[in-house]
Design a binder for this molecule. Structure first.
Ligand SMILES: Cc1cc2nc3c(=O)[nH]c(=O)nc-3n(C[C@H](O)[C@H](O)[C@H](O)COP(=O)(O)OP(=O)(O)OC[C@H]3O[C@@H](n4cnc5c(N)ncnc54)[C@H](O)[C@@H]3O)c2cc1C
Length: 459
């Protein structure tokens, strides 16, 4: 897409000289996301408030150019990529925490706030915002809302949508809307808030959000359990859930994930582990200690070869560093990866794990699995070299089998990363024809000219 010079000039006037660029070096920085794919935008703008966002979208509507919202570009499915060119709307300058209301347990924030900064700010006041994607050190809250991010704590606390009470958003026409409430509950009209959360930046640009908070848990304890096989670890997860123990995280890593994280960080992770569980419990101290004891006994009874409870904050933070480093560390296995985030009913995790091992053997490519086992959410990483056509063919065939088996088990093809561009070819496997048409009609109502984030989800 080529945007006429006079329109670019108008864009620059809206956001100001310092918040606009058409320089190739700068455009390149906003051409990528975590998929490693890249598409060069025509321009980038950094709005500072919702009026500027509105003016950019009004202009786009009048002049017919595409606008692609972007937070930190850590999305795993290409949601922020300008696949058809256009203007990338980088939200990182709208990064103020406007209010933390300790009496009503709500916060009002702008979308460019880094998730981890928000955690720190509320925790200083004895409050807790549970959604905690492994990218929290660099992802924005706007990106988290647009993807309905999950993360390790979802097993006990739910996902991002469970903490969004209300929004301010700008429609592709430039109109500014307010959805939801500033109160603990509210049911007036259709739930536009829930519609926007998880809409992957295709229906509107989120410019402000009201988030629900909880009291900060008094005590948190973290432990690891090492198993000889992925299957034994998966069976243990099912048993933890059957016994109604609810840790706030039940993460798992297979042998490849443990080894890649260890090579990256060198913190003494057990390289020989067939699989490792990372369990975290929170609440009142006596209840936490009791749960940790129950989990120790349960893990050993399920065949754990070693169980360790973190004794210091350093040990605990090292374990989380290891977990959070897996995704980039996996590139030690191969230069490329196809990264999926399927979810199966929790009781079906052992079936899925067997299938993944079988698939890896069949295609002769390493498949590293890790993720949020407590939710049945498995990050399946098919490691390959995309320059080798036979590897690409094998990996793509494995993907079809993986998705078909996931759906056969009653699962879903994406638990938290969204559809974006990488999974749009598979959406019809899961969503029926009528439902898909309903979704496309909703997109047309919000965005009659199709200018906002084109080529995502359906195309
Ligand atoms: C190492 C790593 C670990 C990860 N771990 C997790 C995890 O544990 N759980 C999980 O759920 N996800 C995880 N993710 C993926 C996750 O989707 C993103 O990290 C995060 O939610 C995206 O935030 P972002 O600011 O980078 O958004 P971007 O990647 O910039 O954008 C993501 C989508 O949001 C849209 N968007 C951005 N801002 C706005 C806005 N203000 N209004 C409307 N739309 C907007 C974009 O158009 C795009 O479609 C991980 C990613 C990485 C790289």
């Amino acid at each position: 897409m080529t945007i006429p010079r006079k329109v670019l000039k108008k864009l620059q006037e809206i956001v100001g000289k310092d918040s606009f660029s058409i320089e190739r070096e700068e455009l390149l920085c906003y051409a990528y996301d975590a998929t490693g794919r890249h598409f060069l935008p025509d321009a980038i703008v950094f709005p500072k408030n919702s009026l500027e966002v509105s003016a950019v979208l009004s202009l786009a509507s009048q002049q017919n150019f595409f606008v692609i919202p972007r937070g930190s570009g850590s999305g795993m499915t290409g949601g922020s990529l300008p696949v058809k060119g256009g203007v990338v709307l980088v939200m990182t300058k709208m990064n103020k925490i406007l209010d933390i209301d300790c009496d009503n347990f709500i916060a009002t924030v702008e979308p460019g706030v880094i998730t981890g900064h928000f955690h720190e700010a509320v925790e200083k006041r004895g409050l807790f915002y549970p959604p905690d994607p492994a990218s929290s050190d660099f992802s924005t809250l706007g990106g988290n809302l647009a993807e309905c991010a999950g993360g390790p704590r979802a097993v006990k606390y739910g996902v991002t949508r469970d903490y969004v009470l209300g929004l301010e958003a700008v429609l592709p026409t430039g109109e500014i809307i307010k959805t939801g409430v500033q109160t603990a509950k509210g049911v007036v009209g259709y739930d536009l808030t829930r519609l926007l959360v998880g809409s992957e930046g295709t229906l509107g640009v989120i410019t402000k959000m009201t988030l629900r908070l909880l009291p900060l848990p008094k005590c948190v304890r973290t432990m690891t359990a090492v198993f000889k096989s992925m299957e034994a670890a998966a069976e243990t997860v099912s048993e933890i859930i059957r016994q109604a123990i609810i840790p706030r995280t039940i993460e798992f890593m297979d042998n490849a994930s443990v080894n890649c994280a260890e090579s990256y960080l060198e913190i003494g992770l057990p390289r020989e582990a067939g699989a490792m569980l990372l369990l975290e419990v929170d609440g009142e101290e006596h209840a936490v200690e009791a749960d940790i004891e129950k989990l120790k006994v349960l893990c050993f009874s399920q065949g754990a070869t070693d169980v360790n409870v973190a004794l210091s904050e350093v040990e605990r933070s090292n374990l989380w560093k290891a977990r959070k480093s897996i995704s980039p560390a996996l590139y030690r296995l191969a230069p490329d990866k196809i990264n999926e985030d399927i979810v199966v009913p929790k009781s079906k995790i052992p079936h899925m794990v067997r299938k993944i091992e079988e698939l890896s053997g069949k295609i002769g490519l390493p498949i590293a699995s890790f993720g949020h086992a407590g939710d049945g959410n498995i990050h399946v990483n098919i490691m390959l070299d995309k320059k080798q056509p036979d590897q690409v063919t094998k990996a793509e065939a494995a993907l079809e089998t993986l998705f078909d088996y996931t759906l056969k088990l009653g699962g879903t093809i994406s638990g938290e990363h969204g559809i974006g561009i990488t999974k749009s070819a598979f959406i019809a496997k899961e969503i029926g024809e009528v439902e898909l048409e309903l979704m496309k009609n909703i997109k047309r109502v919000f965005d009659p000219k199709g200018i906002l984030n084109p080529g995502k989800i359906f195309d």
